[in-house]
Structures are given as structure tokens and as C-alpha cells.
Design a protein around this ligand. Structure first.
Ligand code: SF4
Length: 65
């Protein structure tokens, strides 16, 4: 399982950072930066970030499929 970001869509709303601060880092006036791509123990928080990102810039990819 891996997190993917479409930076063309990201508008820096930082909703993802609120949901999963250990994974997503959003600088002021910038775009999201991933601390790591493996959600690990934060999978549920990452799922919420994917769900609530207002521009749908986030997705989870299952490498096993
Ligand atoms: S919530 Fe979505 S648009 Fe906002 S910073 Fe995160 S990825 Fe970018």
C-alpha cells in the first residue's frame, strides 16, 4: 500500500495534514510533502485524508494487485 499525490491538483488546503500529521506536511503557501509513502500504522488517518482532500489530489495504490 502506497500513498500517491497528484501535485497538479493539490492546492495546499492542508486538510490531509490535519488528518495525518505524521504523513503529510504542508508548508504555508506550498503543496503537500509526504514524510513517507507507506501509511503503516496511520492507514486509517490516511484513508480519511484521501476522503476529505477537497481537490482529490490523494490516492492509495495497492501494489499487490
Ligand atoms: S488536503 Fe489535498 S489539496 Fe490540501 S494539501 Fe492535502 S493533498 Fe493538497
Amino acid at each position: 500500500m502506497r500513498i500517491q499525490v497528484d501535485l497538479d491538483l493539490c492546492q495546499g488546503h492542508a486538510v490531509c495534514q490535519d488528518e495525518a500529521p505524521d504523513i503529510f506536511d504542508v508548508p504555508k503557501h506550498g503543496k503537500v510533502e509526504l514524510q513517507r509513502t507507506d501509511p503503516g500504522a496511520d492507514a486509517e488517518a490516511v484513508r480519511n485524508a484521501v476522503r476529505y482532500c477537497p481537490t482529490q489530489a490523494l490516492s492509495i495504490v495497492d501494489d499487490d494487485q
